[in-house]
Design a protein around this ligand. Structure first.
Ligand code: ZN
Length: 133
């Protein structure tokens, strides 16, 4: 892992939370983006070297919808920057972690990503990501 890239926070209402986090962090979101396949709408804030990603569900039954139904709003995942997501998927799988996909998926903010199941990481959903291109 190169660094903590962002922290994902599940929210019920992205507009309200954008206003809240703008007041809290003292910066406005630098982008908003919908990832249709995941049923999620996101916004991103920069705080020093780390980003905060707010995630709002766009449809019932999406991962974020299910998360909020079960656990309420709050921290959803930690995302770590890596050089090569595909290679890390293979390494982590060999090392006994439960990786949710065997191929990197397109994510928000110009990334390719994969997730490690929280059951294999002390209850923390871990995203690994690298810049697309
Ligand atoms: Zn993320």
């Amino acid at each position: 892992m190169n660094k903590l890239e962002h922290i994902g926070i599940a929210v019920r209402n992205l507009e309200e939370s954008n206003r809240l986090f703008t007041r809290l962090l003292g910066v406005e979101p630098y982008k908003m983006e919908t990832v249709e396949r995941e049923g999620v709408r996101t916004s991103f804030f920069r705080v020093g070297d780390v980003k905060i990603e707010l995630l709002e569900s766009t449809r019932p039954g999406s991962a974020i919808d299910t998360f909020i139904e079960k656990r309420g709003e709050g921290i959803h995942h930690l995302a770590f920057d890596v050089h090569d997501v595909q290679q890390k998927i293979v390494e982590f799988t060999h090392d006994g972690f439960k990786v949710l996909t065997d191929k990197p998926l397109p994510g928000a903010d110009n990334k390719v990503i994969a997730f490690l199941h929280p059951k294999s990481t002390n209850g923390v959903l871990v995203e690994i990501c690298q810049d697309k291109d």
